[in-house]
Design a protein around this ligand. Structure first.
Ligand SMILES: [Zn+2]
Length: 303
């Protein structure tokens, strides 16, 4: 797999695949921050359980594209919610599961009390006596049967944010592949929930070049990398943003200005091409791997 290195370029072009926050509308113009990474979906699952668990919901599709599904959902009681990678599941009594994948443009909004008049293309509106929830622009919004839920889980790799995740299952795929480690970790059938920020940052923290062929990763390296993904993603669920910088490299410790970026958190390499590495001072590189932007430190991530 070849990695094309770019010269330092203007980072303002919205070509990256970030995550962390869903699409938003600023000044009337939609800006897309990429497919949200797993921590955002886990936060949504917790939020939706808080809003509706144990309640009978009313479902509607003001836009009409989920009208039949909404009719089936109406009157059901939400038993619980879960996230699996970037997939959100609502489990209703009667073995009815709502599956949502936000994709690039999907976004939820919620509030207390009576829902406001629907604005824009509301695919799904859920409401109870206490709360309402609107979903706009998802890639998937569908009802699944238990076998379909099982099939969805089967096609996803282990999710570092789930207690039932088996990292050995991912390593079995990684160790027999000549594909670049970055591409393997972005493949949701290898590891679920990881996007570009977690992958590029975890590889930096591990000192591994993103192009390292999977088969060159030792089991010990994989254990460390997995543990780091669990730690970074758990922190992101708690904080609602992705921070990957160790205490010694925080702005206050280094006497540098905090990061200014719409993604928010303090990171080592993600979208920092041309800037000095917080550890060694070398210029952070940017390259393209199968259509995705990658970032790495040519010095710290050299084998
Ligand atoms: Zn460095």
């Amino acid at each position: 797999m070849t990695l094309r290195t770019y010269p330092v370029v203007d980072e303002s072009t919205p070509v990256d695949v970030s995550g962390g926050c869903p699409a938003n509308v600023a000044g009337g113009r939609a800006t897309v921050a990429g497919v949200p990474e797993g921590h955002t979906i886990h936060r949504l699952a917790a939020r939706h359980a808080e809003l509706f668990a144990g309640d009978k919901v009313h479902a509607a599709s003001p836009q009409g594209r989920f009208a039949a599904g909404a009719a089936r959902l109406t009157g059901s009681v939400l038993d619980g919610t879960e996230a699996y990678g970037k997939h959100l599941l609502h489990h209703y009594a009667g073995e009815l599961t709502l599956h949502v994948h936000l994709g690039l443009y999907g976004k939820f909004a919620d509030g207390p009390g009576e829902p406001p008049p629907p604005v824009g293309q509301v695919r799904l509106r859920l409401s109870s006596d206490r709360h309402w929830l609107d979903l706009r622009g998802p890639t998937a919004c569908e009802l699944l049967t238990p076998p379909e839920v099982a099939a969805l889980r089967d096609r996803l790799g282990p999710d570092p944010l789930r207690a039932d995740a088996d990292p050995d299952r991912a390593y079995a795929r990684i160790r027999r592949s000549g594909t670049a480690l970055a591409a393997l970790l972005l493949d949701q059938s290898v590891v679920a929930g990881t996007g570009l920020i977690f992958v590029t940052e975890a590889l930096f923290r591990a000192g591994l070049p993103p192009t390292t062929p999977g088969r060159e990763l030792t089991q010990a390296d994989w254990r460390d990398l997995w543990a780091d993904l669990v730690e970074l993603m758990t922190l992101a669920v708690r904080n609602g943003r992705i921070d990957t910088v160790r205490p010694a490299h925080l702005p206050e410790a280094m006497g540098r200005a905090p990061r200014v970026d719409r993604h928010g958190g303090e990171v080592y390499v993600y979208r920092r091409s041309g800037a000095p590495c917080h550890v060694c001072g070398a210029e952070i590189s940017r390259g393209d791997l199968a259509g995705r932007n990658l970032y790495w430190c040519p010095t710290c991530q050299r084998r």
